[in-house]
Write a protein that binds this ligand. Structure first.
Ligand code: ATP
Ligand code: MG
Length: 258
């Protein structure tokens, strides 16, 4: 039986990072030092590490929001020096990402409108992605009328509507209650399988990492944080906390932080 890992390992390289370092100013220490990482197209890659180790900094460099200090950072065979439509970012706080004066539908269509996508095409896409994230019937609502989980779904639909090859997700479910988070994790796996996107997902939660990722990159405590180990997780989806192998991975990864 072929696993997700077998399939993606045949895929082209989506992101190639070598010797990448970042310090925020000349006289300060390196936040990240000598990061090496190759991500294949279609992977669900987890960046796992303690608070302050530099996960968001690394994701922001991949997104093109902030500049690297040194090293190589290549996305789709091009050196990253700005943001690009091949990368879509989902932030931890949906409130900061959504426009409060726009409805669900208008928020989802925002990027398409900026790109001057014709109205009929825009509406077709927004209704498809609104349905995909489970928000059908809520199109006319404003963000303040939605729960935290629903707002996160709007953010996800908006990013998906722009059709990036790569989804960069920074602790997107961190602010949600445990039950909603679990639902969103399942939905995200379903969407990932349906759309074949490459996903880089940041979390400091080992259980979440193991529920979602086909590989998990473990980062060391900063400063000068690095990806110290990468775990292949060949378990089928949906994954179960109760599974014996799941627990073995959990213990092995937990040992990095004990
Ligand atoms: N704009 C900035 N200027 C200066 N230092 C920064 C800046 N952004 C982040 N840092 C520093 O870089 C380090 C890594 O921050 P980062 O936000 O990437 O961590 P993180 O792993 O995402 O943490 P968390 O899990 O809490 O979100 C921290 O020491 C932080 O203080
Ligand atoms: Mg962060």
């Amino acid at each position: 039986m072929s696993t997700v890992i077998d399939e993606v390992m045949e895929s082209p390289i989506a992101i190639s990072i070598s010797d990448l370092s970042k310090s925020f100013n000349e006289n300060s220490h390196y936040v990240l030092e000598n990061i090496d990482l190759t991500i294949k197209s279609g992977e669900f890659f987890i960046l796992l590490g303690p608070s302050g180790c530099g996960k968001s900094t690394l994701l922001s460099m991949i997104a093109g929001f902030i500049e690297k200090t040194s090293g190589k950072l290549i996305v789709d065979r091009e050196e990253v020096n700005k943001t690009g439509s091949n990368r879509g970012v989902v932030f931890q706080q949906a409130d900061a990402a959504l426009f409060p004066w726009l409805t669900v539908k208008e928020n989802v269509e925002f990027g398409l409108k900026m790109k001057k996508t014709p109205k009929s095409n825009r509406e077709e896409k927004s209704s498809y992605f609104i349905e995909l994230v489970g928000l059908k019937g809520h199109e006319g609502k404003f963000p303040k009328e939605l729960s935290g989980g629903m707002k996160q779904r709007v953010q996800l639909a908006r990013v998906l509507a722009n059709d990036p090859d790569i989804l960069l997700m920074d602790e997107p479910f961190g602010a949600l209650d445990a039950m909603t988070r679990r639902t969103m994790q399942k939905e995200l796996i379903r969407i990932w399988k349906e759309t074949n996107k490459t996903v880089i997902f940041v979390t400091h939660d080992i259980q979440e990492a193991l529920l979602l990722g086909n590989r998990i990159g473990v980062m060391s405590v900063g400063p000068s944080s690095r990806i110290t180990d990468i775990y292949d997780i060949p378990l089928p989806y949906p994954r179960m906390f109760t599974d014996k192998e799941f627990n073995l991975f959990y213990q092995n990864i937990q040992a990095h932080f004990d």
